[in-house]
Design a protein around this ligand. Structure first.
Ligand code: S3P
Length: 451
């Protein structure tokens, strides 16, 4: 985000809605869109990525593909989904960039490209906006260094920018990730593609598995195992060629979560969402909302809607619901990490106490989301407390429109906008333009379905 938070165009004013009704247009899944572009860069030839995200984060990844020597042609459709056609020379033909690689606001771009660059014979610098410059990178620098690449971050290697000097081949590694992070796992797997032998990543809590599924779909053997205690081990063979693909990206379940909560907490609502990714490692938000009593119908989408990545997709219908509080375990928090802000909003309208455990990682997202949730929902009249790394919310509390600060964080901006649909009076969200990071059409959809 470049605009000032207080610039008039960056404030969205949302009034209470009488009714929420209709079909919501969603962006293509952000995690899958990033990975599809990156794997297209590593495959020599033409790849097609249909129905992908056109959000600012994925645009950052597109910019980096071009800086490294790929051609990317973009065709947006009427619903804001984008088809990307990528022509890449493959890893052997990529060029050393002549400027900083700008990841903007996107942690996924920065961390996954660090893994890709670790195995390429060039030096490149990954940088981003003020938010990204405050996010931790030691978690990728350490494993990639142990594979033989040279990486340097600022502030004793703790923060971006990160300079990467790659090496080919890298050494395979057996790495246990201290924090559950699909970005860290994916960075190591992408470096593992260029390593000699078998690279293994062990996770105490299994994270989203798109990188594994998408590598397999492109001919790279990846073995995954689940441990008895809910952890996972992933192994990749180095030196295997990534093949090009023509694929379709399902809709983003993290973007869907805002509308599922909107319908569940609004007294007169029914919304429909098509072909949403319901990968078991991504459907945490849907499952937790159902556990709170949300009325969410789910119909598996048949062949056409299932991506050739092997990602299951479903059509969802959500309606006004009576919610009750639940206790969300550390593993469930990790599984729904991007949906926690809007689940906190749902909890303000649920009967009884909701406890969300081990939310520490939320402090290292696009903003300190624990502070942002506490500040924003409290300003709206909710009963929210933070106890160490746990959030406690007692409900239901009627929300009153207020001025709230999204801290230029897209998921906070959209959470507070949904709150505005049920709050009395008007809710003014500062930093609302950040919604375009993941869902540029969010506020258009919000206006369209209210009546
Ligand atoms: C993502 C992983 C998660 C998530 C982020 C996208 C990914 O981050 O919060 O929005 O695409 O791999 P962490 O890996 O930091 O948990």
């Amino acid at each position: 985000m470049t605009g000032s938070r207080l610039a008039p165009t960056d404030i969205a004013v949302v009034a209470r809605a009488q009714r929420l009704h209709g079909q919501i247009g969603l962006p293509g899944d952000k995690s899958i869109s990033h990975r599809a572009l990156m794997l297209a860069l590593l495959a020599s030839g033409r790849s097609w990525i249909r129905g992908a995200s056109g959000g600012a984060d994925v645009q950052s990844t597109v910019g980096i593909l071009r800086a490294l020597g790929a051609t990317v042609i973009e065709e947006p459709d009427d619903e804001g989904r984008v088809t990307y056609r990528v022509l890449s020379p493959g890893p052997g033909g990529l060029r050393q960039p002549d400027a900083l690689l700008d990841c903007g606001n996107s942690g996924t771009s920065l961390r996954l490209f660090a893994g890709i660059l670790a195995g390429l014979p060039m030096t490149a610098v990954l940088d981003g906006d003020a938010s990204l410059r405050a996010r931790p990178v030691a978690r990728i620098i350490e494993p990639l260094r142990s594979m033989g690449a040279a990486l340097q971050g600022s502030r004793q290697d703790s923060l971006p920018p990160v300079t990467v000097t790659g090496r080919n081949p890298l050494s395979a590694v057996d790495w246990s990730t201290p924090v559950p992070s699909a970005q860290v796992k994916s960075a190591i797997l992408l470096a593992g593609l260029r390593a000699e032998g078998t690279t293994r990543v062990r996770e105490a809590i299994a994270t989203r598995d798109h990188t594994e599924r998408m590598l397999r779909a492109r001919g790279v053997p990846v073995r995954s195992g689940i441990t008895d205690d809910g952890g996972a081990t992933v192994e990749i063979e180095g030196g295997v060629t990534v093949q090009t693909m023509d694929e379709r990206v399902p809709a983003d379940p993290s973007a869907a979560a805002f509308w599922l909560v909107a319908a569940a907490i609004h007294p007169s609502a029914q919304v429909r969402l098509s072909s949403v990714c319901v990968n078991p490692t991504r459907r945490g938000g849907i499952d937790l909302l159902r556990a709170m009593g949300a009325d969410i119908g789910e119909t598996e989408t048949t062949a056409g809607g299932v991506t050739n990545e092997g990602e299951p997709a479903a059509d969802l219908v959500a309606r006004s619901s009576s919610l009750h509080g639940i206790d969300i375990s550390p593993a469930d928090t990790a599984r729904a990490i991007d949906e926690i802000p809007v689940l906190c909003l749902a909890a303000t309208q649920a009967e009884g106490r909701t406890t969300i455990r081990s939310v520490g990682e939320l402090r290292a997202k696009e903003s300190d989301r624990v502070a942002g949730i506490l500040g924003g929902l409290s300003a709206l009249g909710a009963n929210v407390a933070v106890d160490g790394d746990d959030i406690q919310i007692d409900g239901p509390t009627p929300l009153q429109g207020a001025d709230v600060d999204a801290h230029d964080d897209h998921r906070l901006a959209m959470t507070f906008a949904i709150a505005g649909l049920v709050a009395s009076g008007q809710t003014s969200i500062h930093g609302a333009a950040s919604a375009a990071i993941s869902d540029p059409r969010f506020f258009d959809e919000l206006e369209r379905i209210r009546s």
